[in-house]
Write a protein that binds this ligand. Structure first.
Ligand code: ATP
Ligand code: AH0
Length: 370
């Protein structure tokens, strides 16, 4: 059967850029044909961060939805122009939207992704599939992560236990064994990005160079690892509404005022690079703790964090018996997943996620915007 061409758009929790890909997809494969990363305007990033951490009006939310829709359409049109793609050759676009709030727990769970798909459809002239998470939540699921289903599609079932670790703003793992298991392990790059932005005015710590200059502040690490999220059983998913600047400030405050570690000694003053180093260790430790529960032979890393050599080094050091590698197309996988989810929707196929998200049944995900 001939492969169909889909565009996938992903704007993740890191807010570092909009990833757009063109893929050729059929029942058994998803090939990456082209990709483009569209810069995220700094002012829009600030507005989103403000909306997540402060009180916002309905007007501001509506305008953000509009602006993000425009941004996503612009990113798609630039990919199309850059690669000289014939629009008629594209079946549809799959768009994740920008997560503003993800609340899988409580009496009224919901997940909010903005970036009006109607605007994307109008400005690109293409069919758009969006709103993937809410059906899973309506069926009692956590609404995330979805990557495990795509990892299984790409890598299949495995005789030897294989684990995939996706380190974006938030980190999540997939265990590809007989059963499909996957969940968010906690912060990925998000806290490290936030801390270096505050102290060095750069977007991220390239290759973990700044973190390398610091030393681990164990009382801080221990107090952060005490967060209830790390002890929760899966299915579970999380986001910026939890692991944010306030969360880190609370932990720092506890460390400097409490100033006693588990050995009973008084904590030393905390330097900025020590905090960066500790945040890197938090990501490595919270991820490796979870991976080790499943005793896999191999861990394949993807997402932006897989490019942080020091982080990869620390993850490998924390699991000496697991072979640690980096996946092909590590940067584009989430956008490829959006293209694949659009393909699944238009073929009316269920996405098999209930083991991962805890939904009571698998379902067809996404709404279609013509
Ligand atoms: N060379 C590098 N060194 C260190 N960190 C890097 C490097 N390249 C990318 N990163 C990190 O990866 C992040 C982007 O990762 P990614 O694109 O996977 O995030 P995302 O799509 O927003 O995440 P999510 O999976 O949470 O939706 C950057 O913000 C940065 O922290
Ligand atoms: C609600 C939401 O947007 N979650 C994202 C985020 O980024 C990583 C992690 O947290 C994961 O749960 C999810 O994204 C990927 C694409 C997923 O669904 O697998």
């Amino acid at each position: 059967m001939k492969k169909e061409r889909y565009i996938g758009i992903m704007s993740g929790t890191s807010l570092d850029g909009v990833d757009v890909v063109l893929c050729a997809i059929d029942k058994s494969s998803c090939d990456l044909l082209a990709s483009y990363e569209h810069p995220f305007p700094e002012t829009l990033k600030e507005e989103i961060l403000h909306a997540i951490t402060s009180t916002v009006t309905l007007k501001q939310i509506g305008e953000l939805d509009h602006k993000l829709g425009e941004l996503f359409a612009e990113a798609v049109n630039l990919l199309i122009d850059k690669e000289d793609i014939d629009r008629k050759s594209i079946t549809a676009i799959g768009s994740h939207g920008q997560t503003l709030w993800h609340q899988p727990e409580g009496e009224h769970p919901f997940s909010m992704q903005l970036g009006d798909p109607n605007i994307i459809a109008a400005r690109t002239g293409l069919k758009v599939v969006a709103d993937f998470r809410r059906k899973d939540m309506a069926l009692g699921g956590s609404g995330a992560p979805f990557a495990p289903a795509f990892h299984r599609f790409l890598l299949g079932k495995n005789d030897v236990p294989l684990c995939v670790g996706n380190i974006g703003g938030i980190a999540n793992i997939t265990l590809l064994g007989e059963e499909l298991i996957g969940y968010d392990t906690g912060p990925g790059n998000m806290l490290m990005d936030m801390w270096i932005k505050k102290h060095k005015s750069v977007g991220y710590d390239k290759d973990g160079r700044w973190a390398r200059e610091g030393k681990i502040v164990y009382p801080l690490l221990e107090s952060m690892m005490e967060d209830a999220y790390f002890g929760m059983a899966h299915p579970k998913s999380t986001g910026r509404e939890k692991f944010n600047e306030k969360w880190l400030e609370d932990a720092l405050r506890g460390t400097s005022t409490g100033s006693v570690n588990t050995q009973g000694t008084v904590a030393e003053p905390v330097e900025a690079e020590d905090v960066q180093r500790t945040l890197l260790e938090l990501t490595a430790l919270s991820l490796s703790n979870e991976v080790l529960k499943f005793n896999p032979d191999m861990l394949l890393l993807c997402g932006g964090g897989a490019k942080n050599g020091f982080l990869v080094e620390r993850i490998a050091a924390l699991m000496p018996n697991v072979q640690v590698g980096v996946m092909e197309q590590a940067d584009s996988l989430e956008a490829m997943m959006m293209a694949w989810l659009a393909y699944k929707r238009l073929h009316n196929e269920h996405v098999d996620l209930k083991e991962v998200t805890g939904a009571f049944q698998n379902s067809i995900l996404g709404g279609v915007y013509l």
